[in-house]
Design a protein around this ligand. Structure first.
Ligand code: FAD
Ligand code: SIN
Length: 539
């Protein structure tokens, strides 16, 4: 199969990019691949909303820029922050034109929410299901574009580069080029190659590397792992953001339900087991301090008290107001026997967002030619050491747009075509010789469990050198066992995801070891202070 533009991922970044290309270039083909159902994405679960300066009487670009820089703790790229904040407003208007509905006041103005680290109310939202609404609007608009083909249940295995033509590729090889991808088509159970002029990776986050996460099961860091295997550049993987308030449900494994930060924005108060509003002791912004500070405070409270959760108190809210803004959370809490008007919500931090990822420039270009990245899998320079709440949907749309602009330019300049300089005819089919159906799935599922445990226990909110060292030693073993299994087993999504998660975990630990300081989301008790050298860790 051949396509002009190949998009991997059907979340906000992939769909925005595909739509823009299809609208601008009806003469070109756009193919979107997604590994499960088309709407099963991190995007669908976004609750709080999308940050954007809408009320210029109270708010300003400078305030949003300043808030983003403060949250990022010295590591944001200011130029990129300015781009995202300023261009973001036009991207929000576009998605509204595509049919996304955000809550409004009776006056017709947007209802703007507030979250941690924001000095003003600037979060547009659709009740507490903003991502679901945005995903719906995008998927419906995509259907109206005849030049877009969306293929679900199609698992991308690897990026095709000169390596597949037999060339030796290393990190220092200049002009590594992407010609397309190998995919496992789950409908036919066959491995196919798809050649493309331009490829965009929009594969989302990697929260599944941890035992407790707000991310759905698709979030296994596949894009980052593929780029690393293809010898592309990855950066700042140590900055894993833990959301302070995931619903604590003992015994629930996999994805944790989120209690949006907007609840604290509307007045929710964190309390310890003894009922103390403890955030006052940690930061003058109390419950609305940036996420790294709140998550660390909760972690400390839980450790001191020997408990597995703290509480979010909403008992003082008007029931009608709460249900109006947070109907989904109200229902979910009731379903587990928590009536928020009478009981406090049990919450605990959970892995939520990857601030680092595939290194890109200001146009979303990766270090590999004709390969772009946008959304959570990318590291653009916006988030620095800690992402400001509700900035990621914004970043995804801004960089999808920028990647679209540059991609069209490249296609028009004939710098990208699936002829690959005449070489692509030589790209071999996937080799599955000597591999067999796995005899025991337990070999895969047990390793996934071990991986999640070791990452949660050794590479969580608070780290130290010994824990990182232990994590690396255990990862080495898991890596060796999994590679051996991979060599002799017919590929499956489960095995590939395990392999990708081990790579991502390795990158998180490696970057954490290199960062010999505490900054933003990375807190190492052996280096409790910030270093005077402000730098990104690039692998
Ligand atoms: P995703 O939406 O995650 O999409 C990834 C896509 O890649 C999927 O279609 C998946 O199938 C596909 N994919 C992955 N690997 C492969 C593969 N190997 N082969 C084929 N396809 C593949 N951010 C905000 O700004 N505001 C919020 O209010 C907010 N709330 C959040 C609440 C929750 C519970 C979560 C989990 C996140 C939240 N975030 C929020 C973060 C934000 O939702 C995500 O960062 C953003 O949606 C990521 O979009 P994306 O397009 O990069 O990736
Ligand atoms: C939330 O609603 O609390 C999540 C917002 C985000 O991750 O940006």
């Amino acid at each position: 199969m051949q396509t002009d533009f190949l998009v991997i991922g059907s979340g906000i970044a992939g769909l925005t990019y595909a739509l823009k290309i299809a609208q601008d270039r009806p003469d070109k083909t756009v193919t979107i691949l997604t590994k499960t159902q088309s709407d099963e994405t991190n995007t669908k679960y976004a609750q709080g909303g999308i940050a954007g300066v809408m009320d210029f009487d109270k708010d300003s670009f400078n305030k949003h820029i300043e808030d983003t820089l403060i949250a990022g703790d010295g590591l944001c790229d200011k130029h990129i922050v300015e781009i995202v904040v300023k261009e973001g407003v036009d991207r929000i208007k576009e998605i509204i034109d595509w049919g996304a509905r955000f809550d409004k006041e009776p006056t017709g103005d947007f209802k703007l929410g507030k979250e941690g680290g924001h000095s003003e109310s600037r979060i547009l939202h659709h009740k507490d299901v903003t991502g679901k609404e945005m995903e719906r609007a995008l998927l419906e608009t995509i259907k109206m574009k005849p030049n877009i083909q969306l293929i679900s249940h199609c698992f991308v295995l690897d990026i095709i580069t000169q390596h597949h033509l037999g060339y030796l590729i290393t990190k220092s090889t200049p002009d590594i080029e992407c010609y397309g991808v190998y995919v496992l088509n789950l409908a036919s159970n066959k491995i196919e190659k798809i050649l493309s002029g331009i490829t965009l990776l929009a594969t989302g986050g990697n929260g599944q590397v941890y035992r407790t996460t707000t991310n759905p099961s698709i979030a296994t860091g596949d894009g980052v792992a593929m780029v690393y295997r293809a010898k592309g550049r990855i950066e700042n993987m140590e900055f894993i953001q833990f959301h302070p308030t995931a619903l604590y449900e003992p015994g629930v494994r996999g994805q944790s339900f989120l209690i949006t930060e907007a609840v604290r924005g509307d007045g929710g108060i964190l309390r310890s087991d003894s009922g103390e509003a403890f955030m006052e002791r940690y930061d003058k912004r109390k419950d609305l301090a940036p996420r790294d500070i709140v998550a660390r405070a909760i972690d400390n409270e839980m450790k001191v008290a020997g408990t597995e959760n703290v509480f979010l108190d909403c008992r003082h809210f008007s029931k009608e107001k709460f249900i109006e803004h947070f109907p989904n959370i109200y229902e979910k809490c009731l379903s587990i026997g928590v009536d928020i008007t009478r009981q406090m919500i049990p919450v605990a931090p959970a892995a939520h967002y990857s601030c680092g990822g595939i290194k890109t420039d200001e146009w979303g270009r990766t270090s590999i030619k004709n390969l772009f990245a946008a959304g959570e899998c990318a590291s653009t320079g916006l988030h620095g050491a800690n992402r400001l709440a509700s900035n990621s949907l914004l970043e995804a749309m801004v960089f999808a747009h920028r990647a679209y602009e540059k991609s069209v330019e490249l296609i028009d300049a004939s710098e990208a075509s699936f002829s690959g300089g005449g070489l692509v005819g030589a790209i071999p089919d996937w080799k599955a010789d000597g591999t067999n159906v796995p005899k025991e799935m337990i070999l895969i599922t047990q390793s996934v469990k071990e991986l999640k445990l070791l990452m949660s226990d050794y590479v969580g909110i608070v780290r130290n050198n010994e824990r990182l060292h232990r994590a690396m030693k255990r990862l080495d073993l898991l890596y060796a066992e999994t590679e051996a299994l991979y060599q002799k087993t017919i590929v499956s999504p489960q095995l590939c995801e395990l392999r990708n998660m081990i790579t991502v975990a390795y990158l998180i630990v490696k970057c954490a070891e290199f960062r010999q300081e505490s900054r933003g989301l990375h807190f190492n008790t052996d280096y409790p202070n910030k270093s005077s050298m402000v730098q990104n860790i690039v692998l």
